[in-house]
Write a protein that binds this ligand. Structure first.
Ligand SMILES: C[S@@+](CC[C@H](N)C(=O)[O-])C[C@H]1O[C@@H](n2cnc3c(N)ncnc32)[C@H](O)[C@@H]1O
Length: 203
């Protein structure tokens, strides 16, 4: 599909989408918030006082959700883009895959964290196989990072796509965590290969 046709279809879909409307009414910066909310409603993962790392956070709806709903939670986020301020959030504008940025995140709380969430995705090319492969690489990198920084009972949640690296990512999750679930929240678009991996309790 040509790029401008692809963007036009995207705009039409956005206008019709109930989650886009709801996010505007509720003051969230992206419809993506409902994916995290639905994951949390199903698995009950986020607690008050949590120390959280949000990877690929912009424009910030996942961090908004945590900041609004979980008392005394503290968040550090990173994205290639800047984000508008959010209460209890410290944001780094940078590339997560660079070692310097990982060190900054690791040093921020000075201790292990409770929750690492990653919604990182590259700009879609329109080629679903390429998109899923590159986003899969980001998921693997985020999971390896989570193994270093999460406390033993911590949780890692990440976007991943059904595609070439899906089985490898699930196998890596099962090798490093005691409990691994795959979930497609109702708000994740039906025509997208997007899913989420939820990993709990490090081995
Ligand atoms: C789907 S959006 C995240 C939406 C976000 N969860 C929210 O609720 O607002 C994916 C984000 O991943 C970011 N991203 C992609 N690659 C990245 C990288 N290497 N380091 C940091 N952020 C990255 C993109 O800039 C983009 O903002």
């Amino acid at each position: 599909m040509k790029k401008n046709k692809f963007s036009k279809n995207w705009i039409i879909k956005q206008k019709r989408d109930i989650y886009v409307k709801k996010s505007k009414l509720e003051g969230y910066r992206s419809r993506a918030v409902y994916k995290l909310q639905e994951i949390n409603e199903k698995f009950k993962l986020i607690k008050n006082n949590a120390l959280v790392v949000d990877l690929g956070a912009a424009p910030g709806s996942w961090s908004q959700y945590i900041s609004r709903n979980f008392k005394s939670s503290k968040i550090i986020s990173i994205d290639l883009k800047d984000i508008e301020p959010i209460k209890n959030l410290f944001h780094i504008k940078g590339d997560f895959t660079e070692d310097d940025q990982k060190i900054k995140i690791q040093n921020y709380f000075g201790k292990k964290v409770d929750l690492i969430i990653s919604d990182m995705a590259v700009n879609t090319t329109g080629n679903k196989s390429v998109d899923s492969l590159v986003t899969g690489e980001l998921c693997i990198e985020a999971m390896n990072f989570a193994v270093e920084l999460l406390n033993k009972k911590g949780t890692f949640i990440s976007k991943l796509f059904m595609g070439a690296s899906f089985n490898e990512i699930v196998a890596l999750g099962k090798k490093t965590f005691n409990q691994v679930d795959i979930f497609k929240p109702p708000s994740s678009r039906k025509d997208s290969k997007e899913n989420f991996i939820i990993c709990r309790n490090l081995r």
